[in-house]
Design a protein around this ligand. Structure first.
Ligand SMILES: Cc1cn([C@H]2C[C@H](O)[C@@H](COP(=O)(O)OP(=O)(O)OP(=O)(O)O)O2)c(=O)[nH]c1=O
Length: 191
């Protein structure tokens, strides 16, 4: 089957989500510096990083298939949370998320005939977590490669009281916005 797009991502979640809507893709992950700039807002940050991922990927390609990239950040009290470096870092993040709401920003960038982008912002509410739960959760291996040290699609679902916004966006690729961008490039998910 011929691919419709290139997915510029090493995230297995993003590939699964694209498969969920039947978009045929090949994966070409790129490595960029994801350090936020001083005083950069979460919105500006996720847009910049997603845009850079698609640009770097596009520059490496020898063909001109459209390139899709995304970036997802957990934001609490205006602070951007990336992936945890270790147990200590994950515990700090999860204690901060415990018993309250935070936001998840997911930016999508599509480079085809033009460059299009979209951002989804969701609100996620966690119940109160205990230190023992956080340690046990870390030991499952799930938090390691996830922004904010949790996965809504995994065991962390038992910590989440409510979500307003996009489940797929929290998971890493907002499918509503992605389908809208793909349509601009003439790629239809459904007739
Ligand atoms: C909040 C949350 C994040 N995540 C994941 C999605 C992303 O893989 C990751 C956020 O990191 P990203 O830097 O957005 O993506 P990535 O480094 O995994 O992949 P790439 O840069 O190559 O595209 O966190 C979940 O799987 N579930 C969740 O509930």
């Amino acid at each position: 089957m011929t691919p419709q797009i290139v997915l510029a991502s090493a995230s297995p979640r993003r590939s699964e989500l694209l498969q969920q809507i039947g978009i045929r893709h090949v994966i070409k992950a790129v490595d960029i510096d994801e350090t936020p700039w001083p005083h950069e807002s979460p919105l500006a940050y996720v847009e910049r990083v997603a845009t850079e991922k698609s640009a770097v990927c596009r520059a490496l390609l020898e063909h001109d298939l459209p390139v899709l990239a995304a970036d997802t950040s957990v934001v609490c009290d205006g602070r951007i949370m990336g992936k945890p470096d270790n147990l200590q870092h994950a515990s700090e993040m999860l204690m901060q998320l415990s018993g309250r709401s935070h936001q998840v920003y997911s930016a999508v960038s599509l480079r085809g005939d033009h460059h299009w982008q979209a951002v989804s912002v969701s609100e996620v509410r966690f119940r109160t977590l205990t230190q023992a739960e956080i340690l046990a959760y870390w030991q499952t291996g799930e938090p390691q490669d996830k922004a904010g040290a949790y996965a809504i699609q995994g065991l962390a679902s038992i910590f989440i009281e409510s979500i307003t916004g996009s489940f797929s966006g929290v998971m890493g690729l907002p499918l509503f916005e992605t389908a809208q961008l793909l349509a601009k490039q003439g790629i239809k998910v459904i007739a």
